[in-house]
Design a protein around this ligand. Structure first.
Ligand code: ADP
Ligand code: TZD
Length: 574
């Protein structure tokens, strides 16, 4: 047999990985090239995959995570060994924390050398390091196992509670050859990667009975509910029961924030007053004060409020995580909510009008106050003045995706900017992590083709700022709005010793717009509301990569935004 016929009749690790991904409907890879994955990326591109190359692996990883949330398919990130892998690891851990399906695939050095610690190029025992930070971790040593490795990774990322998966591919694997037919047969097309999980009948009856008896019921929708893509069933449930609901930040838009039952504008009131709270794809973690303390109408921060909880979640371990769960309903949200819709039966009585009336009254008061604040055209711009422009733009373009990070920039944006469609808001999530901005923005644009508006504090933006080159290179319809207040939280801190500047302060009047200009995009400085409005209209209208340097009053921010109390010195004063 000649070498040529041998090549025609065989395949290799490179192509088996590509074929396995394609067989499972995966068409996009987020990455940063280098040994041992450069050739793989070239081949993947040649085979028709979309390969989006970043300037730092953390942002490629964040892009994969956002892709997973937005599409419901695992986002794929490829990195090189040791340092590239470690750079991607933060994104993998963050994806797992947020329950986003992603697969971090890293090339690795030779096992024989790594295991004997003989000092290979970029040597590291990556599998061991990844394991505690993700939902599952696998390594493939033989080309004939690539199909299984990819199938297990997809299934692990998507089934049950979604999360991050690590897949280790040693350099040697890529060049291994096996007969083409054996290779083809070794691939697996995953059947039903996120199987429905039907809730038990008695758990539904318990939950419905509890809700029926409530005088002041409340539903809290979390990002799990947004991820579940059960939009119509959830809307039906909310509207049939008439129960007021609160969306967590990434569940905003599941129903429009302007929905009459949306209680966001009366958040403190409903959390403190509700008697039965139904959590749907939301954990009772720090974002919900662990179900305890004044927020929940209890006396001390250690005490639980007088509430009863229904918790709809795919993870049975989530119930009783912080306070007692009286009615856990375990299953996928689509199955759970449609079963509950059926169980409600005809003639469901809406909640008492003194409850819904009291909420409406508070909402009216707070919304009127907010409208007055937003109407003010302050100069220099306050967070509210600048965000009133974003609010109007999203109202006009509800299909646009809003990426949001920062402290004050995040808190104000979450409460001011209404969302109208599901899965259009992606943000700092469960960890409150900075640096997701450009990775999430790139993935949002790549995965949907819709306009993306990334509203980032100037500190937050700095973590991923170099990726504006990526935005320009792929000509993505991303408009980055940097809320520039000269520092972390604000720009007025002073070093009492008068030597170097305070740790939270940046170079004053930094020209962030020039970063985008450097790569051929549009850069605009906007010091007033009118300038900001014009710049955003232009950016979203043209779809050109744009960075707007929005000048915000440097005295307007508060320490850590709304979570000042988590600073140890604030806790000490309590
Ligand atoms: P938020 O931050 O919006 O409050 P969390 O990330 O805390 O939301 O909670 C999301 C929850 O949703 C997790 O407990 C996760 O197990 C759950 N979840 C994710 N996807 C599904 C699904 N398809 N069905 C049921 N529960 C889900
Ligand atoms: N590092 C990482 C990875 N995540 C973090 N959350 C932080 C540091 C700490 N941190 C916050 O929690 S918010 C924030 C940091 C550094 C930046 C706030 O400043 P900003 O926003 O300019 O982005 P505002 O609007 O000026 O408050």
């Amino acid at each position: 047999m000649t070498n040529e016929t041998q090549a025609a009749e065989s395949t290799d690790g490179f192509h088996l990985v590509i074929d396995a991904l394609k067989l499972n409907g995966i068409d996009t890879i987020y990455t940063l090239p280098g040994i041992p994955i450069t050739d793989f990326l070239r081949m993947a591109q040649a085979e028709g995959m979309k390969v989006i190359s970043f300037r730092h692996e953390q942002h490629a990883g964040n892009a994969a995570a956002a892709h997973g949330f937005i599409t419901g398919k695992p986002g794929i990130c490829f990195t090189v060994s040791a340092p590239g892998f470690l750079n991607g690891l933060t994104a993998l851990a963050n994806a797992t924390t947020n329950c986003f399906p992603m697969i971090l695939v890293s090339g690795s050095s030779e096992r024989e050398i790594v295991d004997l610690q003989q000092g290979d190029y970029e040597e590291m025992d990556q599998l061991a390091i990844a394991k505690p930070l993700c939902k599952a971790a696998y390594r493939v040593l033989h080309a004939e196992d690539i199909g299984v490795g990819i199938a297990r990774s997809i299934r692990s990322a998507l089934s049950g509670r979604p999360g991050g998966v690590y897949l280790d591919l040693p350099a040697k694997l890529f060049a291994q050859s096996i007969p083409r037919e054996a290779g083809r047969k070794s691939l697996i097309q995953v059947v039903d990667p996120a199987p429905k999980q039907i809730p038990a009948r008695d758990s539904l009856d318990r939950a419905v009975a509890l809700l029926k008896g409530a005088k002041k019921p409340l539903v809290i929708l979390g990002k799990g509910a947004a991820y579940a893509r059960a939009d119509a069933e959830i809307a039906k449930f909310i509207e049939t029961t008439g129960v007021p609901y609160l969306p967590m930040s990434m569940a905003k838009g599941l129903l429009p924030d302007t929905h009459p039952q949306c209680a966001s504008a009366a958040r403190s009131f409903v959390l403190a007053e509700a008697d039965v709270v139904m959590l749907v794809g939301a954990r009772l973690n720090w974002l919900l004060s662990h179900g305890k303390g004044k927020t929940w109408g209890a006396g001390s921060s250690k005490e639980a409020g007088a509430k009863q909880f229904i918790q709809v979640d795919i993870s049975p371990m989530e119930a009783d995580s912080n306070v007692a769960t009286q009615a856990p309903v375990i299953g996928d949200i689509g199955s759970c909510i449609s079963a509950m819709n059926a169980a409600l039966g005809a003639g469901w009585a809406k909640p008492p009008s003194d409850w819904t009336g009291a909420i409406a009254e508070r909402k009216d008061k707070n919304l009127t106050k907010m409208a007055q604040t937003l109407a003010k055209d302050t100069n220099p711009m306050s967070f509210q003045t600048a965000l009133s422009v974003i609010r109007d733009k999203i109202k006009e373009r509800p299909d646009a995706i809003l990426v949001n990070e920062g402290a004050n920039t995040l808190d104000f944006c979450r409460s001011i900017v209404d969302m109208y469609e599901p899965r259009k808001r992606i943000d700092v999530g469960t960890w409150g992590i900075m640096g997701i901005g450009m990775g999430y923005a790139v993935a949002a644009a790549v995965a949907t083709g819709k306009p993306v508006i990334a509203v980032c504090g100037d500190s937050a933006f700095g973590f991923s700022g170099m990726e504006v080159e990526t935005v320009c290179r792929y000509e993505l319809p991303v408009c980055v709005v940097v809320f520039n207040n000269n520092g972390v939280y604000g720009g007025t801190d002073v070093n009492p010793r008068g030597t170097e500047v305070a740790p939270t302060v940046f170079v004053k009047d930094a020209k962030y717009e020039m970063l985008m200009q450097a790569f051929g995009g549009v850069g605009v400085r906007a010091a007033t509301r009118d300038e900001l409005r014009r710049a955003i209209d232009e950016a979203v209208g043209s779809g050109r990569p744009t960075l707007i340097n929005a000048i915000i009053d440097e005295t307007a921010g508060t320490e850590s935004g709304r979570i000042t109390s988590l600073n140890p010195s604030a806790a000490k004063k309590k």
